[in-house]
Design a protein around this ligand. Structure first.
Ligand SMILES: C[S@@+](CC[C@H](N)C(=O)[O-])C[C@H]1O[C@@H](n2cnc3c(N)ncnc32)[C@H](O)[C@@H]1O
Length: 285
């Protein structure tokens, strides 16, 4: 939607985000009438923090999903409303790239659903690599299993059914994972984070999905427990000296947190002396 001053906006659940041509981004709550109009104009879409048309441009210039991922997306879409839980293709491409970029051999995912993100991670693992998938649903993950088999990565995926916090607590507390992805019940994110961090190797990545929650994290607008929890989680992560953090407006908002070392001068990505990691406390690795 193009405004009278040349800015463009997109709206999700009553919050309209405007980006001025100069790059300034701001948001305000819309009237219900304006919201209805903007919905028609913006047309929704998973990467919602971009003005209309931009998601198509973005996905056209990102690694495209192959036939297997497209088949999985179609089968997931046939589930109806639940399909909205699947990560979009551009997020899957990012997960593949990050897994490969850190040379991951050991990965873990909290929230597997029908297996799209898991497939994207597992395919970037070398033979002999391992992806531990945590979920509570036998029904949804049975779809995932078929696609892992078709992709020839079922040998490296270890699915564990049950409440993720319990399963995580049972895993050995040693820094073995190179990459972790969190995409399950939002109010448990702080618990998942604290359980995962000691199990992540220094330099490893923790990728967190839905950190913008349809824009409901903005201001104090939404009192929904998910929004309240996500605001607190995002604030805690940004202030946590054990990680370096970047939040991306891709999909429903993705935070990438890299676990830092305590020892000065030994960080794998060149942590200069005096940065927060040097003073970090409570880092177990
Ligand atoms: C957003 S979906 C995951 C989407 C998936 N990453 C994908 O790419 O399709 C969230 C998943 O978390 C699972 N989940 C919800 N609460 C959970 C819990 N307490 N422990 C483990 N899994 C849980 C749900 O069963 C669901 O499959």
């Amino acid at each position: 939607m193009v405004g009278i001053d040349g800015d463009r906006s997109t709206t999700v659940r009553g919050m309209t985000t405007r980006e001025h041509p100069g790059g300034h981004v701001y948001a305000r709550r819309m009237t219900s009438r304006a919201l209805g109009m903007a919905r028609i104009i913006s047309g929704g879409g998973k990467t919602a923090y971009l003005w209309p048309g931009m998601r198509s441009y973005l996905t056209a210039h990102t690694q495209r999903p192959d036939g297997l991922l497209t088949d999985l997306e179609a089968e997931t879409a046939a589930l109806g409303g639940a399909a909205g839980m699947q990560v979009p293709a551009e997020e899957g491409a990012l997960l593949t790239l990050l897994t490969s970029a850190v040379g991951a051999r050991q990965a873990i995912e909290v929230g597997t659903f029908t297996g799209y993100s898991a497939l994207c991670i597992a395919r970037a693992l070398p033979p002999g690599g391992r992806l531990v998938c945590l979920d509570v649903s036998e029904k949804w993950t049975s779809i995932a299993r078929r696609y892992w088999e078709r992709a020839g990565v079922d040998d490296r995926v270890e699915l564990r059914l049950g409440p993720a916090a319990d399963t995580l607590a049972e895993l050995p507390e040693r820094p073995e994972f190179d990459i972790a992805f969190i995409d399950a019940d939002k109010t448990s994110y702080p618990a998942y984070y604290e359980l995962l961090l000691p199990r992540l190797r220094p330099g490893g990545l923790l990728v967190v999905d839905n950190v913008l929650l349809d824009g409901s994290v903005l201001g104090r607008g939404s009192r929904h427990p998910n929004a309240v929890a996500m605001r607190a989680f995002n604030a805690a992560l940004a202030a946590d000296p054990r990680v370096r953090v970047v939040m991306l407006p891709l999909a429903d908002g993705i935070t990438i947190a890299q676990k830092l070392l305590t020892a000065v001068g030994t960080d794998p990505v060149g942590e200069p002396a005096g940065e927060p990691a040097a003073a970090a406390v409570g880092v177990t690795a």
